[in-house]
Ligand binder design. Structure first.
Ligand SMILES: O=c1ccn([C@H]2C[C@H](O)[C@@H](COP(=O)(O)OP(=O)(O)OP(=O)(O)O)O2)c(=O)[nH]1
Ligand SMILES: [Mg+2]
Length: 162
């Protein structure tokens, strides 16, 4: 059944499926927080009595308690929340994490603590956000030569800074 979001778009949208795993029961499903939000926040599905401590410089894979069914032709991008990054130095190590449309495992968020203090992830904390995006896929062709261009092999600052 399609959920009625707090901020429904006037245009018809493809639907992403959320399947709750047992440890995700009771947590709110991801949802857009404002009418123009690009991402839906993901919550930590750690046990109430077992918060996750991330020491400075360390990383942790945080469960969301969710399996997603993303429509074919789309992907989910896991991105950091700027507030956590600014206030605590908490970000996603592999950002943007890629959630493939054919992935049927639990979505997990790889957080890293780049701050100076321990960070505790408690149940229900909004740890990251997921942005759904269209994917372009290509056929491949092996070629013997790449066509000439004005840039050629220049890169990594070849055009200067000013
Ligand atoms: O932050 C992330 C990134 C990935 N995944 C899941 C969904 C994704 O579809 C799958 C594979 O991700 P990716 O292709 O980035 O990882 P890999 O190291 O290449 O693993 P694989 O060999 O399984 O593709 O892992 C997550 O749950 N969280
Ligand atoms: Mg892969």
């Amino acid at each position: 059944m399609r959920n009625t979001p707090a901020y429904a778009s006037p245009v018809s949208e493809p639907a992403v499926g959320f399947v709750r795993l047992p440890h995700g029961e009771g947590l709110p499903l991801p949802a857009y927080e404002t009418p123009g939000s690009a991402g839906m926040d993901l919550r930590a599905a750690v046990a109430e009595d077992r918060p996750l401590l991330i020491l400075p410089g360390k990383r942790a894979l945080v469960p969301t308690g969710l399996v997603l069914e993303i429509p074919e032709g789309f992907e989910g991008q896991i991105r950091p929340r700027s507030g956590l990054a600014f206030k605590h130095g908490i970000t996603c190590l592999n950002t943007p994490g890629t959630i493939d449309s054919d992935y049927r495992g639990e979505v997990k968020v790889l957080l890293v603590n780049l701050g100076d203090e321990d960070f505790t992830v408690t149940r229900g904390t909004r740890i990251a956000q997921i942005v759904f995006a269209a994917v372009s896929r290509m056929a491949t062709e092996e070629r013997s030569l790449a066509g000439a261009t004005a840039r050629g092999a220049g890169g990594f600052g070849s055009t200067g800074t000013s």
